[in-house]
Design a protein around this ligand. Structure first.
Ligand SMILES: Nc1ncnc2c1ncn2[C@@H]1O[C@H](COP(=O)(O)OP(=O)(O)O)[C@@H](O)[C@H]1O
Ligand SMILES: [Mg+2]
Length: 373
């Protein structure tokens, strides 16, 4: 079989709390693309950020992800720094298109995307700015509120302000909670994922410890109004051209815990998902419209998953994930599959969008004559 694509370099693992889920996502993507006849290289990034080239044809570990904890044992070549590994990819005779199957800081926040831009390699998903905005819950919320999308109200706490004036911060949070009429606040680091460092602070006394915990992960923390009794709904979006996006869902997650925390996300069997949430047609249309508006607003490309909180009072936009989970049971590929794409076809479509964007990219080249005098 010959492929109409260049070799596909799949990046998996990564130095984040979502390392393990990325290994599962990335190897499922790599295996599916290989089954469709594409030339696939797998690049494992370990928890220390070192890059390893896996032997050709390394199929996803049968008992992931611990099977790949020791890259040397499975014959991987490396380690290399990110810059060295990307430089080598760019210099290869057949430069690859890069499928970034990484989640969280480094892989999803614009860092890898910027390295790939510098190397002029095509890569999947959003570019630098949209990736960074998607990862930063504070900037994302300011932007979405600015264009009038419904989003839970919040306050921001900087580490330096907290260090200087805890009492002042706690006083402002008390005023904020009194205003919403509910003492519960969802406290979270601004730029992380997988619910790491998050606490539902039920009462005033729980706020300071919640802030301390979140500040261990970031210098900026959000305290959000708690959306009580909410259902977690998710929409899959695919496309580059904002006028021709494909939307799937909403699907639903029924968290096995008080909220969709780390354990609820990654303990097998604790939470249930369905790619077709039971919602009335008006709510569904509202959710899809907000998803489209949000995707456009941050300038997302390729694909993304947009999450919602739905309670009897209405729909609230929750967050965008510019590299959603891509395991065979993840909602993103499962929702897209209902639209008629197989798992492999979804991955292939995302690679195609990466190549399209790369081909259409305009890289300004100014000469001194172009400059105003
Ligand atoms: N303001 C909120 N009100 C109610 N539930 C929330 C709120 N914020 C987050 N949650 C719950 O916590 C989960 C994780 O929060 P989220 O902001 O999506 O963080 P992450 O980026 O780590 O996934 C959500 O799926 C939802 O169940
Ligand atoms: Mg989330």
């Amino acid at each position: 079989m010959t492929s109409r694509f260049p070799p596909i370099a799949v990046l998996l693992g990564g130095p984040s709390a979502e390392h393990d889920v990325s290994v599962v996502s990335g190897s499922a993507v790599a295996d599916a693309l290989e089954d469709l006849g594409h030339r696939v290289e797998r690049h494992l990034i370990d928890l220390d950020g070192r890059w390893w080239r896996l032997p050709a044809g390394s199929r996803g570990p049968a008992d992931p992800p611990s099977a790949w904890d020791d890259p040397v044992a499975i014959g991987a070549i490396g380690p290399e720094s990110a810059a060295a590994a990307i430089g080598r990819l760019a210099d290869a005779d057949a430069a690859p298109v890069v499928f970034i199957a990484l989640h969280g800081p480094f892989g999803e926040d614009g860092t890898v995307q910027a390295l790939l831009e510098a190397a002029r390699l095509p890569y999947t998903g959003s570019a630098v700015a949209a990736s960074a905005i998607g990862m930063d819950k504070a900037i994302f919320k300011r932007l979405c509120r600015g264009i009038g999308l419904p989003i839970a109200d919040w306050r921001e706490i900087r580490s330096d302000r907290w260090a200087a004036d805890r009492a002042g911060v706690l006083g402002e949070l008390e005023a904020f909670a009194s205003g919403t009429g509910d003492p519960r606040l969802m406290v979270k680091p601004a730029r992380l994922g997988s619910s790491v460092g998050m606490t539902l602070a039920h009462v005033e006394a729980e706020r300071a410890p919640a802030i301390e915990l979140a500040l261990r992960h970031d210098t900026l923390v959000l305290a959000e109004a708690y959306v009580a009794g909410a259902r977690d709904l998710e929409v899959a979006v695919i496309g580059n051209d904002p006028a021709r996006l494909e939307l799937y869902g909403p699907g639903e997650i029924v968290a096995g815990h008080e909220f969709y925390d780390y354990a609820a996300k990654y303990t097998l069997g604790l939470s249930r998902t369905t790619p077709t949430a039971d919602v009335d047609p008006v709510t569904r249309a509202t959710i899809l419209k907000i998803a489209r508006d949000c995707y456009r607003a941050i300038g997302a490309e390729g694909f993304a998953r947009i999450d919602f909180l739905l309670n009897p009072e209405g729909v609230a936009l929750s967050e965008i994930n510019t590299i959603p989970g891509f395991t065979p049971i993840s909602l993103f590929p499962v929702m897209a599959a209902l639209g008629g794409h197989s798992f492999g076809a979804v991955a292939e479509r995302i690679v195609e969008l990466a190549l399209e964007r790369h081909a259409g990219a305009v890289r300004p080249r100014l000469t001194p004559a172009d400059l105003p005098r």
